[in-house]
Design a protein around this ligand. Structure first.
Ligand code: SF4
Length: 83
């Protein structure tokens, strides 16, 4: 059996939070219903400052950044813009 490379996902983080149990996303600040999840998926010319600022206060920052890098996800993960 061969394994295929992980393809980047293009879905909102809020969808991933419910689809992935690792890490435990409890306490993710971006899950606040008052925040627009699109802030974590800016177009290349858009500013990601609000998302980065929220991430810097999030207790899941390290795990989230690792998750984004491991799964080659575009967007803001753990306060860094990936992809
Ligand atoms: S570090 Fe940022 S993207 Fe990751 S869970 Fe926290 S607020 Fe969301």
């Amino acid at each position: 059996m061969t394994t295929s490379a992980v393809q980047p996902l293009h879905v909102p983080l809020t969808a991933l939070i419910f689809a992935s149990e690792t890490p435990d996303w409890t306490g993710a600040l971006c899950a606040d219903p008052g925040l627009n999840p699109e802030l974590w998926h800016p177009f290349p010319t858009e500013d990601a400052g609000v998302a980065v600022e929220v991430c810097h206060r999030c207790p899941l920052r390290a795990e989230c950044l690792q998750f984004g890098k491991t799964n080659r996800l575009p967007g803001v993960w753990g306060g860094e813009r990936l992809g």
